[in-house]
Ligand binder design. Structure first.
Ligand code: NDP
Length: 295
């Protein structure tokens, strides 16, 4: 059984991105840059935003930070997004989700310039993924593919079962895997799926993206399957200094021995998401400049 270390893959991705960003900087006189908007005080969102900032600064990227009050209006947020759309020195715009309940997330996503949509959530980018066209691809599914590529896990002709159909993980993951070149036979399961266990047990590759700790148990996994655990849930753990730890959707200790390869939590898909965000920011910067210069 091979442990698929997203942490190692992320490090090598970031090393490559760092070199490419320097080349970009030399060519265009500035580094790629990202603007991150946080609305409200959600502690998990604050942690994610801080991690994204750290990664951007480590790469020498330009970084703009906006923290709006939980009472900010949707109009204020949309105006800020439009300002950033018009700012030529900003290559990527990320609005940290979830937004407070009085805001319409879809409307905010729709307002971001698709060329700067480094999360890959805009309908134009999501649609291009479905059509198999080049686009900014949402970071988590992109990270899953990169882990599989790095470790030589082939998907052609394989039965892939994805559990979870969100717009940020399950759906784009399915769209990517069914494209020519990936050539997987994809099944997407969700909360209304009947016979989940039977579906999962058929899979050569299982991708769990639900957010229910340890729901994928050893009896659901075919011998020698590949298991990718996207789920991340904080559970109380008083043996830890911080009082909690992160667990995945997969019952790792019991499932791992049955698999040919598996991602751990933490250290699996998680680190890839930020690495892919940094790569998307570089890609957005390069594509915008090429477009402007007619290259
Ligand atoms: P959502 O809550 O948006 O989606 C969860 C999906 O799981 C839904 O499609 C839901 O079905 C499905 N589901 C819920 N219960 C069951 C069940 N009993 N059986 C089968 N399917 C079920 O979550 P996200 O996609 O945003 O995230 C999923 C997990 O991945 C979370 O733990 C999240 O923290 C983690 N995550 C990790 C990232 C990383 O960087 N590693 C990045 C993004 C997310 P239905 O549609 O019917 O409600």
């Amino acid at each position: 059984m091979q442990v698929l270390s997203g942490k190692d893959v992320a490090m090598s991705v970031l090393e490559h991105v760092r070199k490419e960003a320097v080349i970009f900087g030399e060519k265009y006189g500035r580094m790629p840059s990202i603007a991150v908007i946080l609305v409200g005080e959600d502690p998990a969102s604050q942690t994610y935003v801080a991690a994204k900032k750290k990664s951007a600064l480590e790469l020498g990227y330009g970084h703009k930070d906006y923290h709006l009050s939980v009472h900010a209006t949707q109009q204020e947020l949309l105006e800020l997004v439009r300002e950033l759309n018009a700012d030529d020195d900003v290559d990527g715009i990320l609005v940290q989700m979830p937004l407070p309940p009085h805001m319409d997330e879809n409307c905010v996503i729709d307002t971001i310039d698709p060329a700067k949509d480094v999360d890959g959530f805009h309908p134009v980018n999501a649609g291009k993924i479905l059509l198999g066209r080049s686009s900014l691809v949402s970071c988590t599914p992109k990270g899953v593919l990169r882990i599989m590529d790095h470790y030589g896990i082939r998907t052609a002709g394989k039965d892939v079962v994805i559990i979870g159909r969100s717009s940020i993980v399950g759906k784009p993951m399915a769209a990517l895997l069914m494209q020519k070149g990936r050539d997987a036979t994809v099944t997407v399961c969700h909360s209304c799926t009947l016979g989940l266990k039977e579906h999962v047990r058929r899979a050569d590759i299982i991708i769990a993206a639900v957010g229910h700790p340890h729901m994928i148990t050893a009896d659901m996994v075919k011998s020698e399957a590949v298991v990718i655990d996207v789920g991340i849930t904080r559970v109380t753990d008083l043996t830890k200094k911080k009082g909690w730890r992160l667990v995945g959707d997969v019952d790792y200790d019991n499932v791992a021995p049955r698999t040919s390869a598996i991602t751990p939590v933490p250290g699996g898909v998680g680190p890839m998401t930020i690495a892919m965000l940094m790569e998307n920011t570089l890609q957005a910067a390069q594509e915008r400049k090429r477009e402007q210069k007619g290259e």
